[in-house]
Ligand binder design. Structure first.
Ligand SMILES: NC(=O)c1ccc[n+]([C@@H]2O[C@H](COP(=O)([O-])OP(=O)(O)OC[C@H]3O[C@@H](n4cnc5c(N)ncnc54)[C@H](OP(=O)(O)O)[C@@H]3O)[C@@H](O)[C@H]2O)c1
Length: 295
């Protein structure tokens, strides 16, 4: 019988990863989890060098490498890929996690008696540019991130030194979508929700195109985790303890924790998740089960 020990199943020993948006929030947790569980190199990309360096300094195994990159620029992505190729001849997974929230229109809640004119005014007053940033970073930024690293992902399957080749862990593109791409309630705002639904479809389309070429595409769709992006919602309160929130809002009565997101990324990246393709892991405490949504 194969060795089913949890350490062998879930470790990411000797694997190489690229994570966009790795300088904060969920990307930082993912990078730290991969570093802590055996990765040989974890390249974290983002625009703010100071945040990237801080994450690298805090890494327990010191495998995290900062790379300044703006995912909305092909030149910047191309320069990052060139740099990374000099550091590693292959990559096992690219995680397109960078995101922008765009205009938040769900807070404070609109009065129940709001007229169509009221709603039109509130939504019209949002910034087109801010909406466009959400679509650009979340959808196109992820698409061009995938393209920039495709050759290195292919090498993740073929290079003799790659754990992917040795252990039949096919290379993988992972996106961070959102439950907002599924739920119909206005939360946090329509452009963001549309961008994440688009990214969801992009991920599955890429899984179809590249399945027979040996590159997988999967996604993690988080619900509410408190990060720089969402701290406006919690006002600084810790909602990660069960009982913090009403069941109508989040059935599990809490926000997502470090363990929740770390567990999801380790499953997808390790031998444990090696047979998974075209899949989306929802990590949202049951919200999609109780709100109007599709899944
Ligand atoms: N927190 C939640 O509740 C939640 C729920 C569902 C989905 N998500 C998704 O999770 C992902 C991570 O978000 P988070 O919650 O961890 O928030 P966060 O801490 O604000 O992370 C967003 C990251 O995206 C990076 N980024 C933004 N624009 C970029 C650009 N043009 N080029 C490169 N990097 C860029 C930021 O780095 P720089 O500013 O340094 O570039 C930052 O590290 C996002 O895709 C978000 O939509 C979050």
């Amino acid at each position: 019988m194969a060795d089913l020990n949890i350490t062998r199943l879930f470790n990411v020993k000797d694997m190489v990863f690229v994570i966009t948006g790795g300088g904060s929030g969920l990307g930082e947790i993912m990078a730290s989890a991969l570093d802590a569980n055996g990765a040989s190199k974890v390249f974290i990309l983002g625009r703010r060098e100071a945040s990237l360096k801080k994450v690298a300094e805090n890494a327990v195994n010191k495998t995290i490498i900062p790379v300044v990159c703006d995912v909305t620029s092909k030149d910047s992505l191309s320069a990052a890929a060139t740099f990374i190729e000099k550091e590693s001849p292959f990559v096992n997974a690219v995680i397109a996690n960078s995101g922008a929230v765009g205009p938040v229109t769900s807070l404070p809640p609109r009065p129940a008696d709001a007229t169509i004119a009221d709603i039109q005014q509130q939504l019209w007053d949002t910034s087109y540019d801010e909406s466009q940033t959400a679509l650009s970073v979340n959808v196109l930024g992820s698409f061009y991130t995938f393209l920039a690293f495709l050759k290195l992902l292919e090498a993740g399957n073929n290079h003799d030194d790659s754990r992917g080749k040795k252990d039949f862990i096919q290379s993988q593109f992972i996106t961070t979508t959102s439950m907002g791409g599924l739920t119909r309630e206005e939360n946090p705002g329509y452009p963001y929700m549309a961008s994440k639904a688009g990214l969801w479809h992009l991920t599955k389309s890429l899984a179809t195109k590249f399945a027979k070429l040996g590159i997988r595409a999967n996604s993690i769709a988080p619900g509410l985790y408190i990060t720089e992006m969402t701290e406006f919602a919690s006002g600084g309160q810790d909602w990660s303890v069960p009982g913090s929130l009403p069941k109508d809002f989040i059935p599990m009565t809490r926000t997502g924790s470090k363990e929740d997101i770390a567990g999801a990324i380790l499953f997808l990246c390790s031998r444990a998740g090696a047979y998974v393709n075209g899949n989306v892991i929802l990590s949202e405490g049951g919200v999609v089960s109780v709100q109007p949504a599709s899944y």
